[in-house]
Structure formats: C-alpha cells, structure tokens
Design a protein around this ligand. Structure first.
Ligand code: THU
Length: 160
C-alpha cells in the first residue's frame, strides 16, 4: 500500500480592494450579471464572468426552469456560450459570485461539481490554467490558480 496526498492551496483576500483592480473588475462584472439571473424557484442568483485571452469578458447567470433539471448554473451558461462563440480563445479567469434572497452570503460561493467538471475539461483542452475567483455577497475572496485544484482526480480517460 502507498499513501497518496493531495495538497491544495488558495489565496484568501479580505475584500475586493485587496484583490486588485483587474480581478475586482471581473468580479464586479459577475455581480452585475447575477442581476439577470432567472432564479424564481431557488431565489439564489449566481453570476459568472469569464476573462478571455483576447480581453473580452463573457457573462453568465443561472437560468432556472419549472422542470427543475432543465435549469443551468451560471458558470456553464457562461462557459458554453463562450465555447459556442469563441471556440479557439483561451479562458484566463472565471469570477463567480451569488446573492441569496433568504440571507446574506458572507462566505464565497463555490461552484457545484458539474460546473467543476465542465471547467476542468476546458482547462485541460486549452492546456493553460483558468484562475477561479470566488466571492459571496460580501466578505473574503478566494482565488484558486487553476480549476484542477477544485477538482483533483477529475474524470478523464483516453478510452472514450
Ligand atoms: N447554481 C449556480 O448557478 N452555480 C453553482 O455553482 C451552484 C448553483 C445555481 C443553480 C440554481 O439555479 C441555484 O444556484 C440554486 O442551486
């Protein structure tokens, strides 16, 4: 038997001011985007903003449906739009934030497993890391250097 170890580190910033202007601007874009979320069932609005290597910003927000499984998270709305329209442009960063109708989110929102899987594959095929910036409604900001840190041992195979 051998023992495996996973070591994941990330940066914690006290607020957007400490994060720095360009990343703060991306997060502000995500915050703005969540206002367009269609989250009438959960009351939980999520916004995502992608920074592309061509300098463009792509926005997404969660879109829910009365047939609940038809809903889609903000991250995948943004990423699928991005890949549908800019298939060859690398994604440098993704900023994600949320606002709940029930209470104030004072800890960063962290992406669901399905979104991590999708982010992880795009990171792998573009062969450069995608930085992940996470924030709640207020409070600290978490920054992960790469999606792989959020989904260690992600499913991938050459057998398909
Ligand atoms: N949601 C996202 O948009 N992103 C995530 O990473 C987690 C959850 C959405 C889905 C649903 O519309 C609402 O938040 C509550 O789960």
């Amino acid at each position: 038997m051998r023992k495996g170890d996973l070591n994941i580190s990330y940066r914690i910033y006290a607020n957007l001011a400490e994060l720095g202007k360009s990343d703060a601007d991306l997060m502000l874009a995500a915050e703005k985007s969540l206002r367009n979320a269609y989250a009438v069932y959960s009351g939980f609005k999520v916004g995502a903003a992608l920074l592309l290597e061509n300098g463009e910003t792509i926005l997404g927000n969660n879109q829910e449906n009365i047939a609940f499984p038809s809903s889609l998270c903000a991250e995948r709305v943004a990423l699928y739009y991005c890949k549908a329209n800019y298939p060859d442009v690398k994604v440098l960063k993704i900023a994600i934030t949320a606002k709940a109708s029930s209470s104030k989110l004072i800890v960063p929102v962290t992406p669901c497993g399905a979104c991590r899987q999708v982010m992880s594959e795009y990171e792998r095929i573009q062969d450069t890391s995608i930085e992940v910036i996470l924030k709640g409604e207020e409070g600290e900001v978490f920054v992960f250097d790469r999606v792989a840190d959020l989904l260690p041992l992600a499913f991938q195979t050459t057998a398909l």
